[in-house]
Every structure is written in structure tokens, then in C-alpha cells.
Design a protein around this ligand. Structure first.
Ligand SMILES: CC(C)(COP(=O)(O)OP(=O)(O)OC[C@H]1O[C@@H](n2cnc3c(N)ncnc32)[C@H](O)[C@@H]1OP(=O)(O)O)[C@@H](O)C(=O)NCCC(=O)NCCS
Length: 227
């Protein structure tokens, strides 16, 4: 279990989290931002199949994100099973963040990144920024990655703005690769390299030529991330 200033990142568990993932998978607006695949109802079976293939079998970390409870850290009941006690302590998940093996390239130290605050009322409060900075710090400083990349749809301006703000650079566009609602959209490839992240951390650069003016990385504080 990890924490940022306002959030807790806990392990994903298929049994515990299946219901909420199915609920999010049936949110058409959310899925439009998350997947270029066909809009289909998420069934228990299809969700289980997807999660087993892409999350539980993945070698890379995937987290359920919760808001930090008012009293934190919570004293766990030693009588209770450890993971269940943690789940209870964290409260309901509001989204997910994870590194993905599409692509995951051990030799070249490349991983993908995915984020989603499925619960709308928790968007635009700075949580995305907090999570992305934590994940980059974890990916580069803990896992030793060299490059973290993501794909974002051209109509998802909020997400693009966030990624630029924290140091991702646009590297290319898959033109008209996403068909939705009778229209074609581009898929944008963005990435950040470890040396760029290190510069941002050191406060040497804080922003790149594509970033918003005045943008800086909001860095996790100095305490070890694996406390
Ligand atoms: C995209 C997402 C992760 C951003 O997280 P967030 O917590 O909402 O974003 P933040 O509050 O940290 O804001 C980060 C930046 O995004 C932009 N942004 C966020 N909300 C915005 C809004 N309502 N209008 C315009 N820009 C917005 C701004 O640039 C903001 O920076 P600023 O606060 O310095 O202006 C989140 O909104 C989300 O999960 N959306 C739905 C799923 C999704 O799009 N996932 C990404 C798929 S690639």
C-alpha cells in the first residue's frame, strides 16, 4: 500500500474489486475515454477475463486508488485478515492507475501507463496530477524504467493538458485510428524519458517546450516512497 498527499494506492484484488470494475466498465462516457474498442456492456465474465489477462497476470503494478480517510494511518485490527482490513481502511475506490505491459519491454525498460478517475466527482481536484507524479517517480526511481508511454485520444483535452503539464511529450499521432459516434479521431502517443524526469525532479527544467507556461512537476516529498 502506498500513499500520496491525499490518496491511498492499494493492491487490486479480483474478488474484492470485480463489482466496481464492472460498474465502471458499463459507464459509456468513461469507457469512451479509456478504450478505443467497441462500446459493449461489460459482463461479469468479460470483465473477469480482461482483468485476469491484463491485470492479475501482469508483471507490472496496478493500483486501486482511494481517498485517504480523515484519520490516517488507520490502526488495523490484528484479528482481521490483513488484505481485507486494508481494503476496509481505504474506503471505496475512486479510480485506478497502473503500469501496463502494452508495451512492456524488459530489455529497453519501457512500460505503458494508464490512469482513470472513474468517479467524476473526484476529477479536476488535482488528484490526477498527484497520481501521475507518484507513478512516474515509482516507475523511474523504483522500477528503473527508462521510458513510460501512453496513448490518449485527441478529444481528451483534459488528459492531454495534464500529461503535458507533468512532462510528457507528444511523439506522434496515429491519424484517424479511433472511430466513435460516426467520427474519426487521432490517437496521440506521448512519453517521458528517465533523463527528462530526473531533470524535472531536480527542478532544472520543470517544463518542456510543449508544456503549459509555468508548468512544474509537483514532486512527491522527500520521504521514501516505500515507507
Ligand atoms: C484525465 C484525468 C486523469 C485527470 O485527472 P484530474 O484529477 O481530473 O486532473 P487534475 O485535477 O490533476 O488536473 C490536471 C490538469 O488537467 C487539466 N484539467 C483537469 N480538469 C480540467 C477541466 N475540468 N477543464 C480543463 N482542464 C482540466 C488542467 O491542465 C489541470 O491542470 P491545472 O489544474 O494546473 O490547470 C481524470 O480527469 C480522469 O480520469 N478522467 C477520465 C478518464 C480519462 O480520461 N483517463 C485518461 C485516459 S488517457
Amino acid at each position: 500500500m502506498y500513499e500520496t498527499e491525499r490518496l491511498v494506492l492499494r493492491a487490486f484484488d479480483l474478488d474484492t474489486d470485480l463489482d466496481i470494475i464492472i460498474r465502471w466498465g458499463n459507464d459509456a462516457e468513461y469507457m469512451t475515454l479509456q478504450s478505443s474498442g467497441p462500446q459493449m456492456p461489460a459482463t461479469r465474465e468479460s470483465s473477469k477475463e480482461f482483468l485476469t489477462a491484463h491485470i492479475t497476470k501482469s508483471k507490472l503494478p496496478f493500483f486501486m486508488v482511494c481517498e485517504k480517510p480523515a484519520v490516517w494511518p488507520v490502526q488495523l485490527n490484528p484479528e482481521e485478515e490483513y488484505f481485507k482490513a486494508h481494503v476496509k481502511a481505504c474506503g471505496p475506490p475512486i479510480g485506478t492507475i497502473g503500469l501496463q505491459d502494452s508495451p512492456f519491454d524488459f530489455k529497453n525498460r519501457v512500460a505503458g501507463l494508464g490512469i482513470g478517475l472513474a468517479d467524476r466527482k473526484h476529477r479536476a481536484k488535482g488528484y490526477g496530477t498527484e497520481l501521475m507524479n507518484w507513478m512516474l517517480e515509482y516507475g523511474f526511481m523504483e522500477l528503473g524504467l527508462h521510458r513510460i508511454e501512453l496513448r490518449v485520444y485527441s478529444f481528451n483535452e483534459k488528459a492531454i493538458k495534464l500529461y503535458r503539464k507533468i512532462g510528457f511529450k507528444e511523439e506522434g499521432r496515429l491519424r484517424k485510428t479511433y472511430f466513435r459516434g460516426g467520427q474519426w479521431y487521432d490517437i496521440i502517443l506521448m512519453a517521458v524519458l528517465e533523463e527528462e524526469w530526473f531533470d524535472i525532479r531536480k527542478g532544472l527544467k520543470g517544463q518542456d517546450e510543449q508544456a503549459e507556461p509555468g508548468a512544474t512537476a509537483i514532486l512527491p516529498d522527500a520521504k521514501p516512497i516505500l515507507s
